[in-house]
Design a protein around this ligand. Structure first.
Ligand SMILES: C[S@@+](CC[C@H](N)C(=O)[O-])C[C@H]1O[C@@H](n2cnc3c(N)ncnc32)[C@H](O)[C@@H]1O
Ligand code: SF4
Length: 408
């Protein structure tokens, strides 16, 4: 019973007796609506420690990539966010290390793993074996890919193993725009990608399977926002189930980030796209609403002040592995520890990690934390973090259940 764990953790906390009683009743109520793991994550926020593993884990399996997207933080020829050496770009996780990490995540009750990161997952020669390893543990799996290497063999294996979601990053509706945004990709790549995704869709139909859901990612910028409606048509033609629009953020490419006027234009087109998407039964993910509302064209930031005003709670729900550096607090370079000589479960449950969680939760008002890689835990990266929708949803839960007053 989760309530026994609640009582035990509250008994070991420094809350006053009356607060412990009040919190027990609140958590009794929460346990009717939330999974056992989510009850323990919310309890962890209140008790300043991790009790259960991250719900979501961002697992980089390969730093190498077969494209050089114009805007990519890692592989863009001229606009990468820092210098990445050729050696760094070749790094891939070893199968043994991967299995150890997934074993730990399984033991800690992680619900979802996604292969994405600083490179292209399909360039890892063991990607199918790795995906199968996750699926055999019954953990929900998502793979982010540029779909160039999504050949028929891979498609069949991914469908057959029950992969839940395949995110395909495209950012264009025709080969001209594709080539502009993906220089050096070659002439016929757009057509190849179209054929690859279409094959996967048809194989799903042939096997009478609804999974994996195919989600097209469109990174929106000055060069492609006018073709948003065509992106929907293209997504429908290749048999996609969803579209995730995300605004491009790259401070070195300010010239192609949307201006205020273009953002408004994009929003007007998006409203029509959403209506049409209903007819096609294609879901448009909600993340874009928050981005449009809070995107500041000058800085390229969104939700810039959310963590300063409300706090950052992702330390209980999310973690990332960078192939090159180790375990990170969030999507950004916030390295906590290396996996070279430690297990993930020991890092996740460590006092050090708990300290960072609480500093971020408390908006960094009293102190900040210098990470292993020299970056600060709370810095300007938090002003356009990748976890904006997750953080907001955790905050809303804390508010709904009346827990905010116990952490402030
Ligand atoms: C870095 S990629 C790695 C996975 C895979 N190679 C891919 O492209 O899907 C992860 C995601 O980041 C997105 N991305 C890269 N640079 C971006 C930027 N400057 N702004 C917004 N999204 C970006 C990509 O489009 C992709 O959806
Ligand atoms: S495919 Fe992904 S990792 Fe490769 S350059 Fe493009 S965004 Fe970056």
């Amino acid at each position: 019973m989760v309530i026994n764990q609640v009582v035990e953790n509250l008994n070991n906390s420094s809350f006053k007796l009356s607060e412990k009683k009040e919190l027990t009743e609140i958590f009794r109520k929460i346990s009717k609506y939330e999974s056992k793991e989510d009850v323990l994550r919310l309890l962890g926020i209140v008790c300043c420690k991790a009790i259960v593993g991250p719900a979501y884990f961002h697992l980089d399996i390969s730093n190498s990539c077969n494209l050089k997207c114009l805007y990519c933080w890692f592989h863009s020829k001229d606009a990468a966010d820092r210098y990445y050496s050729e050696e760094w770009k070749k790094k891939k996780i070893e199968l043994r290390k991967f299995k150890e990490l997934v074993d730990d995540l399984d033991e800690l009750s992680t619900e979802l793993i996604f292969f994405s990161g600083a490179g292209e997952p399909l360039t890892h020669p063991d990607v199918i074996e790795m995906a199968r390893y996750v699926k055999n543990k019954d953990i929900h799996l998502q793979i982010f890919t540029n779909a160039v290497l999504l050949n028929k063999d891979y498609s069949k294996k991914l469908v057959d193993m029950g992969l839940e979601e395949l995110y395909c990053s495209i950012s264009a509706s025709n080969s001209k725009t594709y080539e502009e945004l993906h220089p050096f990709s070659g002439k016929n790549i757009f057509k190849k990608i179209e054929d690859n995704i279409s094959f996967l869709s048809s194989y799903k139909k042939q096997k009478n399977k609804s999974l994996p859901r195919i989600i097209i990612i469109e990174v929106i910028n000055k060069l492609n926002y006018r073709e948003t409606m065509d992106m929907l048509e293209w997504a429908n033609n290749v048999g996609a189930n969803e579209i995730r629009f995300q605004l491009m953020h790259n401070i070195k490419l300010k010239n192609i980030m949307l201006s205020e006027k273009e953002k408004t234009e994009f929003n007007d087109i998006l409203k029509k796209v959403k209506e049409k998407a209903n007819d096609y039964n294609i879901n448009i993910q909600n993340n874009i609403n928050v981005q449009i509302k809070s995107f500041e064209p000058k800085s390229g930031n969104w939700e810039a002040n959310f963590y300063k005003d409300k706090g950052c709670f992702v330390g209980w729900y999310f973690s990332r592995y960078w192939v090159s550096d180790g375990i990170s607090f969030c999507c950004a370079h916030k390295i906590i520890d290396s996996l070279e000589d430690k297990r993930f479960k020991d890092i996740w449950l460590s006092e050090n990690y708990n300290k960072m969680r609480v500093i971020a939760r408390d908006c960094g008002l009293k102190e900040n934390f210098v990470m292993r890689d020299g970056n600060l835990l709370l810095d300007e990266e938090c002003e356009h973090g990748g976890n904006y929708d997750l953080n907001r949803s955790i905050y809303e839960k804390l508010k709904k259940y009346g827990l905010l007053r116990f952490i402030r």
